[in-house]
Write a protein that binds this ligand. Structure first.
Ligand code: FE
Length: 245
């Protein structure tokens, strides 16, 4: 099996939210899709260990916000790589309470759809939850974000709980191995201003040639010269979670 074929499937990226007895929860999903038009129904695939999954199953409601292409990456970090338990993911975003009672995020979104759960199917690690759309609206004519663009642009990995998570060994196992040739011994790696570092939590790569202009880190700044309180722009992990590539 060639696992890279899975990366040819097209998806968007969405914030899925719910609430039960005053507790709000949400996460980033790519597996959200329309399954019927009459009645209008959507499906989402939710990991059993995700905090939000339990909240959706207890409340029977959820909402989906369609993220825009030109978004602030912090929203991916907050909703995509942190657990809703013990963290108020909603403190930094705009949202309102929809007619079902689910919180509807409007930050960085081009549209939203609110649903009542009508069915669910246990599919092993995940639960496929089907909801009938009760309300929806368009917020902007901006271009929606696609998962492929996000993955290629930010060299991001899916979190391990994502239905589409593939570890690198599987991806590499499916590639064609070139004929073996005698190669010279690799040069020892020296730390230079061009050494890249990858976040071991989310897969974000810090490239010193690019820096991180969004927070005032100019191009040409080696990883070692980043301030001690530097944080991954995607998942908010601190410097010790980065390793050299
Ligand atoms: Fe990260």
């Amino acid at each position: 099996m060639h696992y890279k074929a899975f990366h040819k499937l097209s998806y968007g990226l969405y914030i899925v939210t719910s609430a039960f007895e005053g507790k709000k929860a949400g996460y980033i999903a790519n597996t959200a899709f329309q399954v019927t038009s009459e009645p209008p129904q959507l499906a989402i695939a939710c990991h059993k260990k995700n905090e939000t999954t339990g909240v959706i199953l207890k409340s029977g409601i959820f909402s989906i916000s369609v993220l825009k292409k030109d978004l602030n990456l912090k929203i991916i970090g907050d909703f995509g790589f942190m657990s809703s338990s013990g963290l108020d993911k909603f403190s930094g975003v705009n949202f309102f309470i929809g007619q079902t009672g689910a919180p509807v995020v409007t930050s960085d979104s081009v549209a939203w759809l609110e649903c009542r759960v009508v069915n669910s199917v246990d599919v092993g690690s995940h639960i496929l939850i089907i909801g009938e759309v009760t309300d929806s609206d368009v917020l902007s004519d901006e271009e929606p974000l696609t998962y492929a663009w996000y993955r290629e642009t930010y060299k991001m990995l899916a979190p391990k709980n994502a239905p589409t998570y593939l570890d690198n060994s599987k991806l590499e196992a499916g590639t064609i191995t070139p004929e073996k040739t005698e190669l010279p011994a690799p040069e020892p790696v020296h730390k230079t201003s061009t050494t890249q570092h990858v976040c071991t939590i989310c897969g974000y790569t810090y490239n010193p040639e690019e820096g991180d202009p969004s927070i005032g880190i100019p191009p040409g700044t080696p990883f070692e010269d980043l301030p001690d309180d530097y944080r991954c722009p995607i998942c908010n992990a601190s410097k010790e979670y980065f390793k050299e590539i």
